[in-house]
Design a protein around this ligand. Structure first.
Ligand SMILES: N[C@@H](CCC(=O)N[C@@H](CS)C(=O)NCC(=O)O)C(=O)O
Length: 276
């Protein structure tokens, strides 16, 4: 584990670190905010998965999460969205390859060698963070934005008992039926759509739901509504009678101005579950 930077923030520390990932077969960079309570004892941790084109840096600098995490005494980790490096495959489109890992384990060439973001987020990263920092892995929650909302919801429903709560800002909610999904799942997972289904949060919600509270915020003026398909997830939540809230936020778009507006609500929501 190498420290890239560490800065004082809200009485705690905002760090950026690089480590070797077995899953992605490359070095990965992540950001971690630790509140001042972490100096005395391990603190609960919230994972924040970012969207297309992002690195660890976008949410770290624009989501405004540190103030609320400091207030609640919880850590927040911002991973990268794909493997990185000169040897890693890429595509010229912004929504495939680097910056667009889609939180799956690719099985198809040329992606299979490095694009294993599912294993990175669920295995390598918690192991590394748990070993090196004062975080309590018995108290984890997960959230994300857009492609990262998709990752957070699919991981939360796939690992019952691991995450106490899940939330998402404008998640890609039904990727098997969207051009933000079909293109990437076809490339990473191949043509057999039965391999796609475990990575669709609407299908997972219909099938099993989440064993804790769910909070979804979606801007009504989001320019990607046709790709995100929020109505499919809202319907699935209602049909399952899932504990949680789906909030359509009037006039908000897809940007970090939307995310930072509602970040306090999300951190408070997770803190209630993490300290409950
Ligand atoms: N085509 C758009 C789509 C990418 C996009 O909106 N990405 C969102 C996540 S899906 C984002 O967080 N962008 C980075 C940022 O706003 O800092 C672009 O490249 O700007």
């Amino acid at each position: 584990m190498q420290t890239v930077s560490e800065m004082r923030s809200y009485g705690g520390t905002q760090g950026v670190y690089t480590h070797a990932s077995d899953a992605c077969a490359c070095d990965m960079t992540f950001a971690l905010f630790l509140p001042e309570e972490a100096a005395d004892a391990p603190v609960p941790i919230l994972w924040y998965l970012s969207g297309l084109t992002c690195t660890h840096d976008n949410a770290m600098t624009k989501a405004g999460a540190q103030a609320w995490c400091a207030e609640q005494g919880i850590a927040i980790c911002f991973p990268d969205t794909s493997p990185r490096g000169d040897d890693v495959a890429d595509d010229e489109a912004y929504d495939l390859g680097k910056g667009a890992g889609f939180y799956v384990n690719a099985t198809q060439d040329p992606w299979a060698k490095n694009f294993r973001m599912w294993d990175y987020i669920t295995k390598d990263l918690p192991k590394a963070v748990g070993e090196h920092f004062a975080v309590d892995l018995d108290r984890q929650s997960i959230c994300g934005h857009s492609m990262g909302g998709h990752g957070a919801l699919t991981m939360a429903m796939s690992y019952p008992g691991r995450f106490r709560s899940v939330s998402a800002f404008a998640p890609i909610a039904h990727p098997t039926q969207s051009d933000w999904g079909k293109k990437q799942f076809g490339a990473y997972l191949g043509d057999d759509t039965s391999k796609w289904a475990p990575h669709d949060s609407t299908l997972l919600m219909r099938d099993k739901g989440f064993d804790g509270p769910v909070l979804i915020d979606q801007g009504s003026s989001d320019n990607f509504l046709e790709l995100l398909k929020p109505e499919a997830l809202a319907e699935a939540m209602a049909a399952r009678r899932q504990e949680g809230q789906f909030r359509m936020q009037k006039g908000y778009d897809h940007s970090y101005f939307f995310i930072s507006t509602f970040m306090e609500d999300h951190v408070t929501f997770h803190a209630e579950a993490l300290y409950g």
